[in-house]
Design a protein around this ligand. Structure first.
Ligand SMILES: O=P(O)(O)OC[C@H]1O[C@H](O)[C@H](O)[C@@H](O)[C@@H]1O
Length: 581
């Protein structure tokens, strides 16, 4: 692919393309030098900012639910592509025309159009684009790393496990995923470019006409279709062969193992077909391999009860050694052991910690804020240190990087959601890598005559009760209301939680407030109250070591909300839970 344009803003080229649609921009196009980009139209800015979801882009892409109007359109993807071209050029200090960006997508119904639109945004700016078609999030990052590919940037079109009408994008360079601040800059710039082009998100008809026209006028020469997944699968196979180093069967070290893969009709079937199968595993009992963006079987999410039940059933029916559950874009995973026990959330972190701490004794494991007390004890008993930080995969990854940089070795950062990153794997949020680490451990144990992987969890204490429940925020400024509730909760705690002397604030709190609750002698429980990262909710994570403990804790929480009728929230779900018990 040849690079074309000199470095610079892609305004004239884009403006020429959309002349027919935006007359006022056509006038600007005849100017010799492009005028300074105008500030973003306030409504456009709001619309673009609304689709920022922390360190990715997410929105409603399909008009399938009257209560959920579309918030992410193909034209918005186009301008996000154009904005990424500029961002990447500045980041890499490279002319736009020399940049190469790869684009992959998940099997969602809206993904092909979204991928085409963002590709057009990039090519209209002069970037060379490699389209991969169906791919996974970790593979997209690896396309910036693997020799002979090494793209300057990569974009994955996905909304992970979210409902069918959602979509979004994740952006990468060889340094990893873009941060919240980078995405903030990207959405702002996209809003400015859209304003400049007179392409305001509210106008849906114009939106579609714009994208079609732009696509028709875009240069095909800047787009190549590349089959990257087989390259990535080869990389993963070689990695496994080297890690297992089977004394008698180096090339097919999984011979004799039966593994069920359940990608939930997302993008992870290649783990069965192109990675585990060719290494000798019998993957014939795998389920839901067919990519299907309507997710007909269950949500592709290792936390989903139906996903666990389906995988367990398949493992037990086939007498398999292991089941692997993947989310849609394969940045999260969970497993099922040979006895059919689902290993996700705290148990998955415990399993990964046991493996990682054997390889990196005494080091620190970073987790999200709602991990169980049992997990903390488990990590400590293994000789490791536990750093319980915040929610959000990017938050824990950045904390892990920061700790390593400051001389605190940290090999694993994991969330209960199944997001996990390892120092040995580019600090990449990678569900495939985690699951493959477990396969490697399973083989190692058999070769050494050690018991099955589930033996690693025998000392993990599971809570008797555990759940997450949400208090919906009805106020228009949900973030501000969430902060007010959190501040009032702290005051309530400081004032003795209305007489609950057995409620104690944890020493380290990085988001919201986590309280240790001691009841019934030495039986413990805890509650974490925090504003959701992205949704208009106050999230309550609760665990108890005795039956009925969660109800008592939540009853007390309801008292807190009763004392604060000024908050615009709905505690209906908590009330329902308490009333039902
Ligand atoms: O704050 P919440 O609403 O619970 O959402 C928290 C979750 O948000 C996203 O889905 C991130 O990908 C996860 O890493 C994070 O755990």
């Amino acid at each position: 692919m040849a690079s074309r344009e000199p470095r610079g803003r892609p305004v004239l080229r884009r403006v020429t393309q959309i002349t027919a649609l935006s007359p006022h921009v056509a006038a600007a196009a005849v100017a010799e030098t492009p005028a300074k980009t105008p500030a973003a139209d306030p409504d456009a800015l709001k619309a673009y900012q609304r689709v920022q979801n922390g360190s990715d882009v997410r929105g409603i892409a399909l008009d399938t639910n009257p209560d959920e109007p579309v918030t992410l359109t193909p034209a918005m993807m186009y301008f996000l592509g154009a904005a990424f071209a500029e961002w990447l050029s500045a980041k890499r200090d490279q002319p736009i025309g020399s940049l190469r960006v790869s684009i992959g997508r998940d099997p969602r119904l809206s993904s092909p159009l979204m991928a085409a639109s963002i590709a057009t945004g990039l090519t209209s700016a002069g970037v060379s684009v490699a389209r991969f078609g169906p791919c996974t999030t970790p593979a997209m990052f690896m396309s910036c790393i693997l020799p002979e590919h090494k793209y300057d940037g990569a974009i994955m079109i996905t909304a992970s496990h979210l409902p069918v009408n959602r979509n979004g994008a994740k952006f990468y360079t060889c340094e990893g995923g873009l941060d919240k601040a980078d995405i903030g800059a990207l959405v702002k710039r996209a809003a400015e470019l859209a304003t400049e082009a007179g392409q305001l998100p509210a106008d849906r008809f114009n939106d579609h006409a714009f994208v079609v026209t732009a696509a028709l006028q875009a240069s095909d020469e800047l787009v190549q279709w590349v089959e990257f997944l087989p390259v990535y699968a080869t990389y993963l196979r070689e990695l496994m062969k080297a890690a297992i180093a089977h004394p008698d069967n180096r090339d097919a070290p999984l011979t004799g193992f039966k593994i069920v893969v359940n990608p939930g009709n997302g993008g992870g079937a290649f783990i069965a077909d192109q990675v585990l199968g060719p290494l000798g595993a019998d993957v014939s009992a795998s389920i839901h391999l067919e990519p299907d963006g309507s997710f007909p079987n269950h949500t592709p999410n290792p936390e989903d009860k139906k996903a666990v039940a389906a995988t367990t059933k398949a493992v037990l029916a086939a007498g398999a050694d292991l089941g692997i559950m993947l989310d849609t874009d394969v940045d999260r995973s969970g497993v099922v052991d040979a006895a059919g026990n689902g290993i996700n959330r705290n148990r998955y972190i415990a399993l990964m910690s046991a493996i990682t701490l054997r390889e990196n004794p005494g080091e620190t494991i970073v987790t999200d804020s709602c991990t169980s007390n049992g997990l903390a004890t488990f990590i400590t008993q293994l000789g490791g240190k536990h750093f319980r930080f915040k929610k959000g995969y990017k938050n824990i990854i950045n904390k892990g990087i920061e700790l390593n940089d400051s001389g605190v070795p940290c090999p694993l950062m994991m969330e209960t959601s199944g997001h996990g990153a390892m120092r040995e794997n580019y600090f990449l949020d990678d569900g495939a890598y985690g699951a493959l680490k477990i396969v490697i451990e399973m083989v190692r144990r058999r070769l050494q005559g050690e018991p099955d992987i589930s033996d690693l969890l025998k000392d993990l204490r599971d809570p008797v009760e555990a759940m997450e429940i949400r208090v919906a925020i009805k106020a228009s400024d949900a973030r501000a209301e969430g902060d007010k509730v959190t501040a009032a909760f702290k005051e309530w705690v400081d004032a003795g939680c209305a007489g609950a002397s057995h409620w104690q604030l944890e020493k380290e709190n990085y988001e919201g407030w986590r309280l240790r609750v001691t009841e019934e002698g030495d039986k413990e429980g805890w509650i974490l109250l925090r504003p959701s990262l992205h949704d208009p909710d106050i999230v309550l994570n609760v665990e108890s070591e005795h039956k009925g403990g969660m109800r008592t804790i939540l009853e007390h929480i309801l008292e807190f909300f009763k004392e604060h009728p000024e908050f615009e929230v709905s505690t209906a779900k908590v009330e329902e839970y308490v009333a039902a018990r």
